[in-house]
Design a protein around this ligand. Structure first.
Ligand SMILES: Cc1ncc(COP(=O)(O)O)c(C=O)c1O
Length: 348
């Protein structure tokens, strides 16, 4: 059965090639088409983040490894600190080590946000401190601006660069009383993703000072990421910046409404209780296998995708899944999400 609606913006009708091309061809007309979409995207991201320069990458995985490589060469240090559940560790087959010979010092509790005391306890010279906003794998928790500033200050004073894993910085900004540029000013380098709530096809941008980005461009070429005609990815991202970016607060508010309804119902619950950004986790009283089977059956019977995959829990009778509200998520009322979740046991 074809997916008709999806609570996950990583899948579903809005991401089909036909639908992306349809939206893109309506958006890019001979009058409005940018001459050089990649350059325009880089300039626009640099402007929004208040950084001198920005560089397109085919993936965030490559952009972040390059940022760390540049920081390591500049500082003459090989170790970077990050949360134990950093994307660099969990989802990238340790490319930082296999490709670049770098070392991760995991800092803090794997189920809580990294703190200043955790960083202080690291006890060794660091090339960089990586801060992920929001911390995706623990439900999208977001440090306060004050904590963020204190951690960045500590890193700088200890000679380390501060790097932002801003895969969802567009979304995270809604959780702060600060602009994208004010948040980015705390960091030496910032990576942003082009395809999450922004709904581009794929791709990433790394922003920083001129020298850092010039060095990053060398590594991008070495790694095969200097894709000359990357304009379709850039054009889709520019469309996302026009259409989706202004709607991030709306996505965050809808996420809060869904989470409130789930928590009020009580069959499942969310972390955080009140999402700081459009991303949160739903915890289910079901094993991971049962939840996945039920979600597959739901998909086959109704064409509705509730989640891409369930996450395991130390208690095998429980599991969780990620919700990140974007345009697809707005199609679901909070009550409907509650009913879909409560209906999972009957579909196992
Ligand atoms: C927090 C975080 N960092 C980095 C990445 C890597 O991005 P990419 O898929 O473009 O390599 C992702 C992708 O999901 C992410 O969620």
């Amino acid at each position: 059965m074809q997916i008709r609606r999806s609570l996950s913006h990583h899948s579903g009708p809005r991401r089909s090639p036909h639908e992306v091309l349809r939206r893109l061809s309506a958006y890019v007309t001979p009058d409005t088409a940018p001459q050089d979409p990649v350059r325009e995207l880089e300039d626009r991201v640099a402007g929004l983040l208040g950084k001198p320069r920005a560089l397109f990458f085919p993936s965030g995985t490559m952009a972040q490894q390059v940022a760390l490589r540049v920081h390591a060469e500049r500082t003459g240090r090989r170790t970077f600190a990050a949360h134990p559940q950093t994307h660099l560790q969990v989802w990238e087959n340790q490319g930082y080590s296999a490709v670049h010979g770098l070392r991760l010092h995991p800092v803090g509790d794997r189920n809580a946000l990294m703190t200043l005391d955790d960083l202080r306890a690291a006890g060794e010279p660091l090339a960089a401190v990586v801060i992920e906003l929001p911390q995706r794998d623990i439900g999208g928790l977001l440090p306060s601006f004050e904590d963020l500033a204190a951690q960045a200050k500590w890193a700088r004073e200890s000679g380390a660069a501060v790097h932002c894993d801003g895969a969802r910085l567009w979304e995270a900004q809604t959780g702060y009383d600060a602009t994208l540029a004010e948040i980015s000013a705390l960091f030496d380098t910032v990576y942003v993703s082009l395809y999450k709530a922004l709904e581009g096809v794929r791709g990433a941008v790394l922003a920083g000072d001129d020298e850092t980005i010039a060095q990053a461009a060398v590594w991008r070429r070495r790694l095969g990421g200097a894709v000359v005609d990357a304009w379709p990815l850039a054009a889709a991202a520019l469309m996302g910046m026009d259409v989706n970016l202004p709607r991030m607060p709306e996505f965050r508010d809808h996420a809060r409404r869904i989470a409130a309804a789930v928590n009020a119902d009580g069959f499942a619950h969310t972390t955080p209780d009140v999402p700081a950004t459009p991303l949160f986790h739903v915890h289910l009283p079901l094993s991971r296998e049962d939840a996945q089977r039920a979600a597959r059956n739901l998909e086959e019977e109704t064409g509705i995708r509730l989640f891409l995959y369930a996450r395991s829990n130390p208690d095998p009778r429980r599991c969780s899944f990620e919700v990140s509200v974007g345009i697809s998520g707005l199609e679901f009322t909070p009550d409907e999400v509650v009913e879909l979740i409560k209906g999972l046991p009957s579909r196992v």
